[in-house]
Write a new protein. Structure first.
Length: 442
């Protein structure tokens, strides 16, 4: 692949800032409403307004459009937030809304626009002459990848609390439209599972917007096709998550009509990190470093680094599959532990080579160090998670610290996959075989 002209960033500013603000607000809501520690509504509301003000501030500081940039970002964020606002507007019965919804809906949009614009006014006053704005396409891709990682964390909490079947039906929730299920009913495992579904919607919507943007502005056909693949995968992932609960397409709310599938749970659990890797790849491909005219380093070790990088991605995927089998079937623990040694050894070996051999490519050196540290952290988290599971009292509620450790181990596996994938990609972009034409790399 030749080095190609950098894709236009025009048009990505508003979705990058708007969705970035929403991702921050949703995660704050999730943490503050997590049982049993529920933050007072007024304090949560203050935090949400601060997030929206911060999004507007960044819009004013980084954009040349001043308050208009903040208004657009705030309005978009408020529109996205309607997906969770419905939990406060649900009526007494399924698919009913409270009469005050006629004021809540336009009022929330107006509030988002006003707060975003106010934040932009403040941000524009701190804007320095010559301040360089980020590449908004890359930023939007990074927001989509970040939303996916948060979704993996939320999904890990579901697994850690054994709450995957807490909501008995899908795509509805106990007969309610998913976006109108009352917040007052989201208790215990229902909260974890329902929040997981809502975050899945946010990830899907963010991925769709990113794909539409790339189809509009991206000059590289293969990147456009990859964006379409990402949308297809996130749709499949959502369907797998639903069928894991019901076993079939049905609108029934009766547990007797459901046939939960452990096999689909395992596939769903592995496809999530794989999709995160795909979003990481899109973020790399849209970055100025990738699309710029950086000349690759010629090395006799290029072929070896590319092989090691691809091999590492493969073994991490296998390890994720073994981990999913262990979580859902409680089988293969010894194989999972043994294979962890293989993953760690390869991560340390490949990371040390990248760190030590390529002083002219700081990015590869950073990736090498990150890979080594990431592998070590994952093994440490695995040992702690093993201790937490082995000391669990049969039949007793799962402790918060146990859920935290198992979720961190599960989510960090996806992070390690992303690091492995980054090394595999960047060794192809930044390293060239001896005698190769640099113009053919990229």
């Amino acid at each position: 692949m030749g080095t190609e002209t950098k894709p236009a960033s025009a048009g990505a500013e508003t979705p990058a800032l708007g969705f970035g603000t929403s991702v921050a607000m949703w995660f704050l809501c999730y943490l503050c409403r997590m049982p049993p520690a529920v933050i007072p509504g007024w304090l949560l509301g203050t935090g949400l307004l601060a997030c929206m003000l911060g999004g507007g501030f960044l819009a004013g500081r980084l954009s040349t459009r001043g308050w208009r940039a903040g208004l657009d970002a705030g309005l978009l964020s408020a529109a996205v937030n309607l997906l969770i606002l419905g939990s406060l507007l649900g009526g007494a019965g399924p698919n009913q809304v409270v009469p005050s919804a006629v004021w809540w809906l336009p009022g929330s949009l107006l509030l988002g626009a006003v707060v975003g614009a106010a934040g932009a006014v403040l941000g524009s006053r701190t804007r320095r002459e010559g301040l360089r704005a980020p590449d908004w396409t890359e930023t939007l891709a990074a927001v989509a990848a970040s939303a996916t990682l948060l979704q993996l964390l939320v999904g890990g909490v579901v697994t850690g609390n054994a709450a995957g079947l807490a909501v008995v039906d899908w795509p509805n929730s106990f007969g309610y439209n998913m976006f109108l299920y009352p917040l007052s009913r989201m208790t215990g495992g229902i909260y974890y599972e329902h929040a997981h579904r809502l975050f899945g919607t946010l990830v899907g919507l963010t991925t769709l917007v990113l794909a539409i943007h790339l189809i509009r502005v991206e000059r590289r056909a293969w990147v456009r096709r990859l964006a379409v693949v990402a949308v297809s995968v996130v749709i499949v992932q959502g369907i797998l998550g639903g069928l894991r609960v019901t076993g079939t397409f049905t609108f029934s709310t009766s547990p007797a009509a459901m046939a939960p599938s452990i096999t689909l749970a395992i596939v769903h659990g592995v496809l999530g990190p794989a999709f995160f890797g795909l979003m990481v790849a899109l973020a790399a491909f849209t970055s100025p470093t990738w699309t710029g005219a950086r000349v690759p380093t010629t090395s006799s070790h290029t072929r070896a680094e590319r092989i090691f990088g691809s091999l590492l991605v493969g073994v991490v995927l296998v390890q994720l599959l073994l981990g999913a089998i262990q979580r859902h079937l409680a089988k293969g623990l010894l194989v999972h532990i043994t294979f962890a040694v293989v993953v760690l050894a390869l991560a340390l070996f490949h990371g040390a080579r990248l760190w030590g051999l390529y002083g002219g490519q700081p990015l590869l050196q950073r990736l090498g160090r990150t890979l080594m540290v990431g592998g070590g952290v994952q093994v440490a988290l695995g040992l702690l998670a093993f201790f937490a599971v082995e000391t669990r009292v049969e039949g007793a509620p799962r402790e918060a610290w146990e859920v935290l450790l198992t979720t961190a181990h599960q989510a960090w596996g996806a992070v390690l996959l992303g690091c492995a994938e980054m090394t595999a990609l960047w060794t192809r972009r930044l390293l060239a075989p001896e005698g190769a034409d640099a113009a053919t790399i990229g």
